[in-house]
Design a protein around this ligand. Sequence first.
Ligand SMILES: N=CN[C@@H](CCC(=O)O)C(=O)O
Ligand SMILES: [Zn+2]
Length: 411
Amino acid sequence: MKTLIINIKELLQVRENNIDKVSGKDMAILPKIENAYLLIEDNLIADYGLMDNCPKIDIDKTIDAQGKVVLPSWCDSHTHIVYAGNRVQEFVDRINGLSYEEIANRGGGILNSAKRVNETSEEIIYNESKARLEEIIKQGTGAVEIKSGYGLTVDDEIKMLRVIKKLSENYPIMIKSTFLGAHAFPTEYKENHSAYIDLIINEMLPKIAEENLADYIDAFLETGYFSVEETERIMIAGKKYGLTPKIHVNQFTAIDGIKACVKHEALSVDHLEIVTDEDIETLKDSITMPVALPSCSYFISIPYTPARKMMEAGLPLALATDYNPGTTPSGNMNFVVATACIKMKMTPEEAINAATINGAYAMGISQTHGSITRGKRANLIITKPIVSFYQLPYEFGSNLIENVIVEGKMI
Ligand SMILES: N=CN[C@@H](CCC(=O)O)C(=O)O
Ligand SMILES: [Zn+2]
C-alpha cells in the first residue's frame, strides 16, 4: 500500500540521518522542508522531499496537504492512563485549600486510586483505559508509555499490567509498559517499608518477568514516598529482570535522587519541578533523559521544570503528559507543547523536539519513532490549514489537528 502526501506547507522534524536525541543548543533547531511531499509504503516512511522532486509513480492514495503542516506524532513517554474511576473530589478539595500532600495523608491520592483499582474488574479498567487511549490517539499521540502503580498488591499490579498488554495488542500505536509497584506504600506497610519492597522484589517482579508484562521499572523517589536507598534497591532488582529504570524524581523536593538514577543508568528521570545546580551537573554527559511534565505543574500549581537553565547547560529535555487521575487528568500533548512554550519559555522548535524525538528516546524507541526519517514508522500529524507551525502552541486551546496517521493508516 502506497500513500502520497503532497503540497505539504511545512514538513517538520526532518532528519536525513537518524539521531537518537537532541540536546542543549541543538534543541532550537527543528529541520523542515517547505512545499514538500511524503511517501508512505505500508507502515513506514519511504521517502520525502521537495514537491519539485515528487515521484511520479503508481500510488494507492493521495492526500493533498495544501496549507497544512505535517509532523511526526507525539511520543508521550510518561503516562498512567490505566486507572479506575477518577479523583474529581480531590480536585475540588484542592480548590478549597487542601494540598496534594494533605489529601494523600488522609488516605486520598495514590491510595485512593489503588482502592478503586482493587474494587474494579480487569474488563472495566480495560474499557475505561481504552477510551483514554483512543482520545490521545486522536490528539496526535503515536507512541505512549503506560505505567502500573495503582495496584500495590501482587494481583492488582499484574491486573494493571495485563490491561496495558491488552491495549498494546489491540491498538496500532507503540505502547511501552512500566512496572511502578513502588508508587506508594500501602497503609499496612507504612511502618514496614522493607517488607513492601521485599514483596515487590520477591513476588511481583518474578511474576511480571514470567508473563513478560513490562519493559521498564519506575519508583516515586520523593520525600514521604521512596527514599534514595529504597529506590536503589528497586532499580537494582528491576535490572536483574532486564527492566531499565525510568524514575519519578524531584517533583516536590530535591534529595539527591537524580545522582542515584544516573548511577543506575536510568533511561529517564521524570518530573523535575525542583532541580538544583548539582542535579544539572549530574545529568551532563549521562545517558539519562530529563523529562518535564508541564500539565502536572499547571494542574496542581507547582513550579515548572527550569527548562531554559537545563538546555543552556547543554542538557536534552523531553516533554510528556503524565496523564493520571490525581495530578494530570489530561493526555493532550498539544497542551503540553503549548504550556512548555508559554510557561517554560521553550521555543516552539525546542518544545516539538522535546515532544517527538526526545520523547521517543525516553521510551527507548528513537530508532523507529520521533522524526521524519526514511524507514521510520509512518506515524504522522496532519494539521488543519495554518499560517505556520508556530500557530500550534499559539492557539493553545484549539484543536488544529485535521488527521492523524498511525502505522501508515489514517485513523
Ligand atoms: N507523582 C507520582 N505519581 C503521579 C501522580 C500520582 C497520583 O496522584 O495519582 C505523578 O506522576 O504525578
Ligand atoms: Zn507520573
